[in-house]
Design a protein around this ligand. Structure first.
Ligand code: SF4
Length: 161
């Protein structure tokens, strides 16, 4: 992890697992590009993305370079940030959101709503929150994996498309 030194020091790198090559209709409204961040300490039973668990796995990117890659891969500017557990890299997620201020951003987290920092919420158009519970798995409710999870509109960010 790299941190830019100075009066307002900030994280400059982020670890990612992958960027989905095909756009998705299941990870928030519209045709969305999905980025999976690296690292997850929730270890839910039935997890389909165990390769994202190791916080030292995946690949490290400079946040500015990753934002440029996402601009090329995501011409409609609808991006879902998933994992792994994105809030393990909360500061880096905030910096990525700032780089993509003109995007329609959605965050998928296993944490509860009150655990998501306001500094991230203000950039989001959508949020999926709550842990994945295998016994409550659903393929009927939109944009969630289990019925205990919630998907909400936040009206954050500058892109309301
Ligand atoms: S939060 Fe998501 S990535 Fe992490 S263990 Fe649960 S289902 Fe898997």
């Amino acid at each position: 992890m790299e941190i830019e030194e100075g009066k307002n020091s900030r994280i400059t790198t982020i670890r990612i697992n992958s960027i989905r090559e095909e756009q998705s209709l299941c990870d928030g409204p519209g045709l969305r590009t999905v980025i999976f961040l690296q690292g997850c300490n929730m270890h839910c039973s039935g997890c389909h993305n165990k390769s994202s668990w190791d916080p030292a796995g995946g690949s490290e990117y400079k946040i500015t370079e990753l934002a440029e890659i996402l601009r090329k891969k995501c011409p409609n500017k609808k991006l879902t940030i998933s994992g792994g557990e994105p809030l393990l890299q909360a500061e880096a997620v905030e910096e990525l959101c700032k780089e993509l201020e003109d995007f329609n951003l959605c965050l998928y987290t296993g944490h509860e709503l009150n655990e998501v920092p306001q500094s991230i919420l203000k950039h989001l158009r959508y949020l999926k929150y709550g842990s994945f519970v295998e016994s409550k798995h659903t393929s009927v409710l939109p944009y969630v994996g289990s019925s205990n999870q919630k998907f909400i509109i936040l009206y954050g960010g500058k892109n309301n498309a």
